[in-house]
Design a protein around this ligand. Structure first.
Ligand code: XBP
Ligand code: MG
Length: 230
């Protein structure tokens, strides 16, 4: 078994159960702020989540509403910028917190000398605030966001950049994700991947995961070390 050198964490749905009560609320606030009638309920948002990247998600939804391309090209960036501002307000107000067991696992990994990184599709402007507010003392050596790659998950780019910045082989690194898109991205970069499911992903086909669990209670340094390549 190769020594576990690093663990790369996804953000949305993994470090933080952020989609239903975080991003979704911020998207709806941006629609309201800009006088648009759209509101995404929990069920519809679960379907929309399959499009990764907030601006792409908005554009895909507007296209489904019959909004012409030239208007979408103007509206989607403006809505996404507003949504991001609203999400940052929520983060600063303490509306988001880590999933149970996340801080303990991070502390255990640091204590065992395992290096840490982040690979997310989310936008750097809120990711940096979220990590700074919720996990200020955690030494993430690389924080790769949707702004650092041109292709989003399930494309492997985010994990490939994280491996480059860590300067380690994928064989000694384990990814922790929450969704099929994230799982495919990690596997595409050659990483073993643990999936910690949540309300939006528990029914997904995650059979390709090295390990599928429903909470961080099942994870510790030993279980992750066993997953690094033989
Ligand atoms: C999940 C995503 C992100 C968020 C919204 O990212 O697909 O797009 O839903 O964030 P992760 P933005 O890889 O962390 O699961 O609006 O900033 O894209
Ligand atoms: Mg995720």
């Amino acid at each position: 078994m190769t020594e576990l050198q690093a663990v790369v964490f996804d953000v949305d749905g993994t470090l933080v159960d952020s989609e239903r009560d975080g991003h979704r609320v911020a998207f709806n606030a941006s629609f309201e702020d800009m006088g648009l009638p759209y509101r995404w309920d929990e069920e519809e948002y679960g379907r929309l989540l399959r499009v990764t990247g907030g601006q792409r998600r908005i554009d895909s939804y507007l296209a489904g509403q019959g909004v012409p391309l030239d208007e979408r090209n103007r509206l989607a960036p403006a809505l996404h910028a507003r949504k991001t501002d609203r999400l940052i307000e929520m983060i600063e107000a303490g509306a988001l917190s880590c999933r149970p067991g996340v801080e303990l696992l991070l502390e255990e990994l640091v204590g065992a000398g395992v290096r840490l990184a982040v690979a997310t599709t989310g936008s750097r402007s809120w990711v940096s605030r979220l990590l700074g507010r919720l996990l200020p003392m955690v030494p993430f050596e690389a924080v790769v966001t949707g702004d650092d790659v041109t292709t989003r998950k399930p494309d492997p780019a985010a994990y490939q950049v994280a491996l480059e910045r860590l300067g380690v082989s994928s064989r000694s690194v384990v990814a922790i994700e929450d969704s099929t898109e994230g799982l495919q991205s990690a596997l595409g970069a050659g990483l073993a991947c643990v999936v910690v499911v949540n309300g939006y992903t528990a029914e997904q086909d995650l059979s390709a995961a090295s390990l599928r669990v429903d909470s961080f209670d099942h994870l510790n340094v030993e279980t992750l070390a066993e997953l690094s390549s033989p």
